[in-house]
Design a protein around this ligand. Sequence first.
Ligand SMILES: Cc1cc2nc3c(=O)[nH]c(=O)nc-3n(C[C@H](O)[C@H](O)[C@H](O)COP(=O)(O)O)c2cc1C
Length: 338
Amino acid sequence: MASGEFDTQSFRQALGHFATGVTIVTTLDESGAYVGVTANSFNSVSMDPPLVLWSLDKRAHSLKTYETAEYFVVNVLAADQVSLSKRFATSGPKDKFKGVSCTEGVGGAPVLAGCAAHFQCRKSFVYEGGDHLILVGEVVVFDASGRAGLVFHKGSYAVSQPHPVIDTTQSRPGAGQEFVEEYLDYLLTQTAERFRLQFQVVLDQAGIHKFEWRTLACLAENYEGLTFERLRDMILAERNELSRLIRSMQDKDWITSGEDFSGETRYWIVKQGLDKVIPLIAAARAHESDAMGNSSAEEARQFKDHLRGLLQWVNSGEYKPAHLVPDDPEHGSQPDNS
Ligand SMILES: Cc1cc2nc3c(=O)[nH]c(=O)nc-3n(C[C@H](O)[C@H](O)[C@H](O)COP(=O)(O)O)c2cc1C
């Protein structure tokens, strides 16, 4: 094909069929400021010596920095780091590192927290590669956390899953494991626990207890206030703990209480509580969209509809867990043969 006919758009699309991981390559500029770029061109080159490569667009704002830097770190992103990937895929001198946890690696280059792996490199070679520069680094330090890596495929973020063929013929554990990994309680609990642990980092930074956060979030959307029992039901706290936290939140002027028309005590959020919870709600929304990043908006909606439906059903009076409740000989559910 003559070069004039070369369809760059289709070429880019065809390349997108090759699934890759996602990295952020970081270094220091001449003034010592941190620099980072999202890159999926990372690849291994050699075992001995240990070499890796990645390529950088010559139009990148950070081109000069990477040309001169002696060291760089390849931070292999974990599946829950989509927002970090997006942040470092924006161009320019703005502070991409604001609020990002990192430590210093070789040559002072930043090592990002929470990644699947890191390869800290001394730059060995730089090659011309058309409109890109190819940077080869010798790995001097590396680590892998075992976290699932983020995937980029056909222009979208994705997560990797065992192939179903491999899954059924080779890597299926014994029958007992099959039960556990398919059991609804296991799936719900594992997902919820991990999701919650991730958000706990945000709560720790804000200095707020998880039940305070849940209470404020519930009250933020309830202009009519909530009763103690309703709150307890929504945030799943022990009675004594909720009483203690309510007193502490009232002392901090986050919430207030009063009687409703039927004489029952209700709790409301007040301005200071709202100021506290609004940024957390924004962070929670961002966390959720990160975690659901691989589902389309329609899939995410359907998933939530299923969960909501299931919750309503197990909470409803209609649902009787017949297999769990032994027959009561006195009031039992034995067929009436009289
Ligand atoms: C998933 C993904 C992978 C990317 N891979 C590369 C890459 O390998 N090389 C590159 O130069 N740019 C890549 N980019 C684009 C850069 O991250 C983007 O141009 C960034 O703005 C460059 O930063 P800078 O201009 O501040 O230097 C990628 C972007 C995304 C979203």
